[in-house]
Design a protein around this ligand. Structure first.
Ligand code: ADP
Ligand code: GLC
Length: 480
């Protein structure tokens, strides 16, 4: 099949979260199975400066209608792997910036223009290249208007650009909602500003566009697919999602074993396998040392890597500060995010420097070291569409402590609920829930044979993309 992927992040070029990993692995795996992959990405500064892209071919100039003006840009293209072409939609005014979506203080004021331009750039390039894709697959709100813009262009120019469109919701909490006054930039028909269109409480919701107008919708776990049809998790779009319940399916992301595999990982100081865990002990010592602790510490080490936001339950960890003060354990956190949570964590680390360490930065190497060197991985998310770290943890022999929500519920088995198959500890995403989870972890750590059995099972988990990609292939074929 000729498959187009459009997303605002793609590992290793630009990443703020799991979206980048998921789109990269999905594209690479599909290409590996013989499909032709065309991937669109905004030409952010980090991407155009990447060694893969510096010699990119400048294929075409873009002239995009944005309301009553035309804006220019260009497409730069390169091929990072056989059967994969990446097209960068470039316009320096929009994308030559340090961050994809905004500064730490606030989102950029022109995000509506930036992502309308991106989606229109995708459509224009498909038209120019006469690509005639079997599937155009857009991800998250940044590509929400793509199905609409694509069909509109087809009508306008009497051509076929794609047989079917697919839209994936990676996180319904980010919806791309902008004042309705920005809608004119889309040049879409006025009737789409109504309730059956992109209107959301008087504003324009790009996410809603994707959900209503793509031929098929996916999200990143079966549990999240059910949850987002309820008011608790639907972020106001539960009715819209439920209206497409026939066409929505939850497919759990996999993990890229070339990058996340303790036997071959080049970012950790020693490699290991389930049969020989010596390397894990070396990683643990290194992690403790790098975090300012005694590398010989023998009690439990809790690791955490995430965006520091409420979604990830960082405040629940803070509410359980007493646990880390009371017990002789170590907590090692890597993350950046909301200032309030960063300062509270920094304060906790300053108050308890002998037990709690915070690395307040983006650090790919450290994220691997925490996965490898910890005994437990803490992930008390309030909601989690899929989540990747709980899967990384398992294959690295680090037992996940997770909230029973979304993809976490689909990829971890609780050790009390199923003692024969358990791979982690689950709880409800509340202060008390996490407190209970931490106590259970402590108990498990003291029961060495049991702890080892859980670790061994976790490491044997199969989180490969193969099964998921076959499900996507089935979905594409079925849609067509
Ligand atoms: P989300 O996309 O909601 O942030 P995921 O679990 O899907 O959550 O993916 C998060 C990804 O980002 C993981 O690969 C994780 O290791 C990585 N990550 C998060 N924070 C950092 C950080 N400070 N440094 C390096 N990697 C990070
Ligand atoms: C989003 C979700 C996360 C998911 C990732 C990749 O960022 O928050 O749960 O793993 O997308 O699909």
């Amino acid at each position: 099949m000729k498959i187009v992927q459009a997303a605002s992040e793609l590992f290793p070029y630009v990443k703020t979260g799991g979206l980048a990993d998921a789109v990269a692995a999905l594209s690479a795996t599909l290409a590996g199975r013989g499909h032709e992959l065309v991937v669109f990405l905004p030409g952010y500064r980090a991407v155009v400066d990447h060694p893969d892209a510096v010699n990119a071919m400048r294929t075409s100039g873009l002239r995009i209608e944005m309301g009553d003006v035309f804006m220019t840009g260009e497409v730069r293209s390169f091929s990072p792997a056989p059967r994969v072409t990446v097209h960068l939609i470039c316009r320096d005014e929009f994308y030559d910036r340090r961050h994809p979506y905004g500064t730490r203080e606030r989102d950029y004021d022109d995000n509506h223009d930036r992502f309308i331009f991106f989606c229109k750039g995708v459509v224009e390039t498909l038209r120019f290249l006469e690509l005639r894709a079997d599937v155009v697959h857009g991800h998250d709100w940044q590509c929400g208007l793509l199905p609409l813009l694509l069909r509109h262009a087809e009508q306008r120019h009497r051509i076929t650009l794609a047989t079917k469109t697919v839209f994936t919701i990676h996180n319904l909490a980010f919806q791309g909602v902008f004042p309705m006054s920005t809608f004119h930039r889309t040049n879409l028909p006025e009737e789409l500003t109504g309730i059956d269109g992109v209107e959301f409480y008087g504003q324009m919701s790009m996410m809603k566009g994707g959900i209503l107008f793509a031929d098929r919708i996916t999200t990143v776990s079966p549990q999240y697919a059910r949850e987002i049809q309820t008011s608790e998790f639907g972020c106001g779009l539960e009715g819209v999602v439920a209206s497409r319940s026939e066409d929505i399916v939850g497919l759990v992301n996999g993990i890229d074993a070339h990058i996340w595999n303790p036997a071959t990982d080049a970012l950790i100081p020693a490699n290991y396998t389930v049969g020989n865990l010596e390397g894990k002990a070396a990683c643990r010592a290194d992690l403790l040392k790098k975090s300012g602790f005694d590398p010989k510490f023998s009690g439990p080490v809790f690791g955490m890597v995430c965006r520091l936001t409420e979604q990830k339950g960082v405040d629940l960890v803070l509410a359980n500060a007493g646990f880390f003060k009371k017990h002789n354990v170590r907590l090692i956190v890597l993350g950046t995010g909301e200032k309030r949570l960063e300062s509270a964590l920094r304060e906790l680390a300053a108050e308890t420097p002998e037990r709690v360490a915070l690395s307040n930065r983006l650090d790919e190497g450290m994220s691997h070291l925490i996965e490898a060197g910890s005994d437990f991985f803490v992930m008390p998310s309030r909601f989690e569409p899929c989540g990747l770290n709980q899967m990384y943890s398992q294959v690295y022999g680090t037992i996940p402590l997770v909230a029973r929500v979304g993809g976490l519920a689909d990829t971890v088995v609780d050790i009390d609920q199923d003692p024969e198959a358990g791979t982690g500890v689950m709880f409800s995403p509340t202060e008390e829930g996490l407190a209970f989870g931490l106590e259970r972890a402590l108990k498990l750590f003291d029961q060495k044979p049991e702890f080892h059995a859980v670790r061994t099972r976790a490491m044997g988990g199969n989180f490969s993309w193969a099964k998921t990609v076959q499900a996507y292939e089935g979905l594409y074929a079925d849609a067509i």
